[in-house]
Design a protein around this ligand. Structure first.
Ligand code: T4K
Length: 396
């Protein structure tokens, strides 16, 4: 019996939990200076100078006319649906984080779930077309895993039916489609700057649009007392980003390309180390000419690999490796969406399959190349003692 696995009596491979998620933070010195400046100004929030500067720098970086920073992407998606005046139903994938569909529920819109492509994991445009009816007012594309939907095909469908198209691009900051930055597609795009994302403001996000009218509406919705533009909006909110978030965003934007490149090289190490391991497929970012490699995604074919995805997550957890099963169980199988007819059994076969076999492995600022080599070594060795490991995870 191979006892080097923690579940078989060995010591865990890592002393501390290896995190999943980017978790990049600027050095303490730079952070301290930025915070001292905020304290000296005594201007802490309400579209302060740092948030305005962050917006201007993002506009330039993303080559988009308007960037509206917000407190997080979930609020940003709610604001986007409201600003677009969406009604009735909106089509989106179920294979995404719950917030995509929850943002619609908050504004009284019924989500209609679309299946995804088995290779790219992005929205299946053929299936999408079959879901459009007179009640559908928009499409929310979700650019997953540092990849992109078929943005041109989605735009063609939206234009043909005269409906809105916007994107949840929470995973896609800094990615490009045919050399063009994600952020300028559709009517709007929403990014997340959560701590687990490649550009972080701890919590945070932004909405991008090239449409002046939509931007003015968004700025008014963001602030409960308006931003000075003569646009009437029915609902206002508080989606403001604070100066502390803006300061971290500015520092992290400076470091973004280095972080993206680090992710890319870690991705290449994973690819090299997992090549030829039966039953594991490394998922490459689809539809982009440049990815941020924010997530390291694999698919497990349990018949061939020997363990199921869930068993592998438990084996890795015992080694102090935090692997995640995004997205499980799928939005259509989550509370709040169980009665949605578009997610009824058999309607989303690819999503069902991916929810059972996708795993996210650690990548990002706190992960180094030698750690990836060790993680992959553990995964490669599993097949030699899969029966013992299978027994060991029972009941965990
Ligand atoms: N659309 C999509 C497609 C999204 O993926 C998301 C968010 C959104 C919209 C909404 O964006 P936001 O409203 O969040 O801006 C995480 C994140 O909370 C969430 O932002 C993200 N997607 C989702 C995919 O993952 P959890 O609950 O799985 O993450 P959590 O808190 O367990 O953290 C992951 C790992 O990182 C753990 O190992 C703990 C570690 N961690 C986390 C934080 C926050 C730390 O060590 N330090 C930290 O500060 O949802």
């Amino acid at each position: 019996m191979d006892s080097h696995y923690a579940l078989l009596g060995g010591a865990p491979a890592f002393n501390e939990m290896v995190p999943v998620g980017q978790l990049y933070f600027p050095s303490w010195e730079r952070y301290e200076t930025a915070m001292r400046d905020i304290f000296n100004r005594r201007y802490y929030t309400n579209q302060g100078p740092l948030v305005r500067q962050f917006e201007a720098e993002l506009q330039q970086y993303l080559n988009v006319k308007h960037v509206i920073c917000v407190v997080n992407a979930t609020i940003g998606l709610m604001m986007a649906a409201e600003a677009l005046g969406l009604k009735g139903k909106v089509i989106l994938p179920s294979f995404t984080f719950l917030a995509s569909a929850q943002s619609l529920q908050w504004v009284g819109i019924e989500p209609v779930f679309c299946d995804v492509d088995p290779e790219t994991h992005q929205m299946d445009v053929g299936h999408l077309e079959t879901l459009i009816d007179d009640d559908v007012s928009g499409i929310m594309g979700v650019n997953l895993w540092g990849g992109a939907c078929d943005v041109q095909a989605l735009q063609a469908v939206a234009t043909r039916h005269g409906i809105a198209l916007y994107f949840d691009s929470a995973h896609a900051f800094g990615c490009e489609v045919n050399g063009k930055k994600i952020g300028g597609f559709g009517d709007m795009e929403v990014f997340s700057f959560h701590a687990t994302k490649v550009l972080s403001t701890t919590e945070g996000g932004c909405i991008c649009t090239n449409d002046d009218e939509l931007a003015a509406r968004l700025r008014n919705i963001r602030s409960s007392y308006g931003a000075g533009n003569p646009v009437s909006v029915v609902k206002t909110s508080n989606g403001r980003m604070s100066e502390a978030q803006g300061a971290i965003g500015l520092l992290n934007l400076e470091d973004f390309e280095a972080n993206r490149q680090k992710n890319e090289s870690l991705f290449q190490v994973y690819q090299r180390e997992l090549e030829g391991v039966s039953g594991i497929k490394v998922v490459k970012a689809a539809g982009v000419s440049r990815s941020n490699h924010q997530y390291m995604v694999c698919q497990i074919d349990d018949d061939v690999f020997g363990l199921t995805r869930d068993e592998l997550v438990k084996v890795l957890a015992a080694e102090n490796i935090n692997a995640r099963r995004y997205f499980y169980p799928g939005t259509h199988r989550s509370i709040g969406f169980l009665d949605n007819p578009s997610g009824a059994p058999g309607k989303l076969p690819v999503t069902e399959h991916l929810c059972q076999n996708c795993i996210q492995l650690p990548i990002g600022a706190l992960v180094e190349e030698d750690m990836v080599v060790r993680v992959c070594g553990l995964i490669r060795g599993i097949q030699a003692c899969k029966d013992q490991l299978k027994s060991a995870v029972v009941g965990l």
